[in-house]
Design a binder for this molecule. Sequence first.
Ligand code: ZN
Length: 350
Amino acid sequence: MDGRSPLQWIERVLADLTYRSPFGVVWSASSEELPIRVEIHPADRPTYSVVLSESDDDTVSAVVAFAVQVQEVLTDVFGERRAVSREGEPPPDAGSVPACPLHDHALVAARGDEGPSWACPESDWSRPFGDYEDSFWPFGPDARSEDVNSGIFRHLQAAGVSWSGGSNLKKEDGDWVLCVRLRMRDDSPAAVRQLRDAMAGAVALVRVEVESVTALRTVRYRKEPENGPPYKPGREGLRTTGASRLALLQGVLRRPVAEETCDVVVESSPGRRTRVRLGFDHETTDSGSPFLLDHSSSPFADEGDEVALGGGYLPSGHIPGGAPVFFAGSIERIDQPPHSQGVSDGRLRP
Ligand SMILES: [Zn+2]
């Protein structure tokens, strides 16, 4: 099965069938183990339920059968929506998903040479599940700019290329031109070359503009300790300007282990680890001390420090009830309480 988990196959089937969908389709899965019940929630429509069933030795057939059922559901949903949004009769294949890139009909889920695949019923065109969007890459001059944008984003992600300054897509003399804004610290010749190489063939020109923004939107601040009862230790913080605090997460800063894909971990009680993504610019070190650096590579906090983060929880995947990830817009490192009391105010003397 190409080493893919059942959940990864479900993701691929749903991604192919909702590519260019006229409205949002949200889905959730009952578990990671077969049989998996998938609840599909298309915009304002009722929820549909499709099962990827257990299969003794033939998972390919089970995945193909699952795709056929989801395709039936979404063909109805999209076809009906188009019929409602257009006056008069919709064309017979209005809701056909995924649309054949060569003809005016839907592709057929089938067992292909490369595993479960979408196949054209009238030619030998086929693509494995999950590779449907890639069949439109690179885009011709007549492609829709939304498709080109989403294709570029996906392609750069797959190539491991990222930058923080944003971009916009233009058409000049019939060619797609991608204008990329790089912040000053990211505009090394190697980074620019990597970007151009990843986009080669997809757009006619990658134009690079450099923004003279260096400190980004992260603010570093310091709160001094308050003396007298109740004593409050000092804090040092990083925050994104304008970050809203929906939830507070407090605990001990830990380095993530390999399977915890996140920036940092916060242990709110022994063994209770929450994975955290930091929404502001920062750096982490692979080993050694300190662990967390701010946007300018200055040390900020280390493993074992007490921290308080403001942000919110988001589900980490498609399985309801799975451990959520905390997205933090701010982090404060809380100073260790002093070992001797009252030294700073000068009232106590040895
Ligand atoms: Zn076809």
